[in-house]
Design a protein around this ligand. Sequence first.
Ligand SMILES: Cc1ncc(COP(=O)(O)O)c(C=O)c1O
Length: 468
Amino acid sequence: MAKNKDKKYAKKLDEMAQRHLWMHFSRMGTYSKNKAIPIIARGEGSYVWDIHGKQYLDGLSGLFTAQLGHGRADLADAAAAQAKTLEYWPIWTYAHPTAIELAAKLAELAPGNLNRVFFTSGGSEAVESALKLARQYHRLRGDGQRYKVIARKLSYHGTTMGALTVTGLSAYKNIFEPLVPGSHHVGNTNRYRHPLGDDEKAFMLSITDEIEEAIIWEGPENVAAVFLEPVQNAGGCFTPPEGYFQRVREICDKYGVLFISDEVICAFGRLGTWFGAERFDYLPDMITCAKGITSGYAPLGAVICGDHIAEPFLEGNNSFLHGLTFAGHPVSCAVALANLAAMENEDILGHVQRNEAGFRERLESLRDIPIVGDVRGRGYFYGIELVRDQQTKETFTDAEAEDLLRGFLSPALYDAGLICRSDDRGDPVVQLAPPLICGDKELDFIEATMRTVLTEAWRRFGLAGAAA
Ligand SMILES: Cc1ncc(COP(=O)(O)O)c(C=O)c1O
């Protein structure tokens, strides 16, 4: 009887979702009576359960967010306690205790002189705010009309109009043009597909030269900032060559351009350090972050700024003419404080560092499946690029990639109980970014499931499959 009631409820939810819910970045028209929307109803630790009670390993931390995993009472309790004390207060004109404490905590954890925190409600707002901050910073210093931004091809920096301008994915941008004027996109750190990719130094010099050339081409007096992720997500976890960020720092200093490290994914332990800048040993002028700051128990984002960035805003009657009602929400800040405390108490960064090599080895072991072209990433953040031919690195046509990723891999991995991302914003990749609490059992499951599904993918879509 109870089972029937559950089944009825699941069906009703699917009907309501199909009728009323506008899902983000989703082909809603592909769902139908015969193809239900996946509905995740509950989570605990590294696992989630759908509305029918089926268990999945959350191999993507929701959306690169659930650092500490699901269902933690301490984080829920922190939210409830704060809501009972002061459920809401803005940080316009006023301050409130949890925003102050969290700003101080972030300043303690962030590298160098990054001591001033501007809160937002999420990642796009953090990038949008950093863009406006950069513009007003230059104006306040009387440094001309600097407004242009340099970012990398294929990079994703969010969806609001300013953040979308920074984003380097033309397919996401074209339909919304004209955007905010003034973006220039340079080569990313995809060494697998770069002609100099096997020569670390030459590769590094070539792609940093591109940044300098872009600044000169746009006119240094017009360029406000360079936006880079420590490990670029879109395209499939592109890691930087040795010395890359150090040279970017030098170039930015040479031309008075701000260097913004977009760490919406890479901060809070994802790479085994508090911040990606720490992992690759560089000091940006600002860090944008969100997602893992609360492990997803409440929405929050932030721009963490160097003292020198805040300085002109502290003079006379100056103020940053920008604000957001829900930014620095007391409940979100309380959750973030509890989240960061738990990460410290449970040595989550140490856990990721100790397990990184093992995770990588497991994924590297999949290279014996001919469809696996490249395995790349750091920490708990990896991409596996799929190819038709390992030797020539030949990739799939758009139509084949569509069939491979959406037609086969996504449903096959989901059916096998592994939630991860199959992505074709560049060449086809499968991405993994599990909760930072995952250990041997979960990493073994990822390896075994990937092996089964990728082997079948090769049989169907590889050279042999195509020839058959
Ligand atoms: C690097 C980066 N910047 C910005 C964003 C946008 O963040 P949000 O989706 O919270 O607006 C994302 C989202 O994935 C991201 O990965």
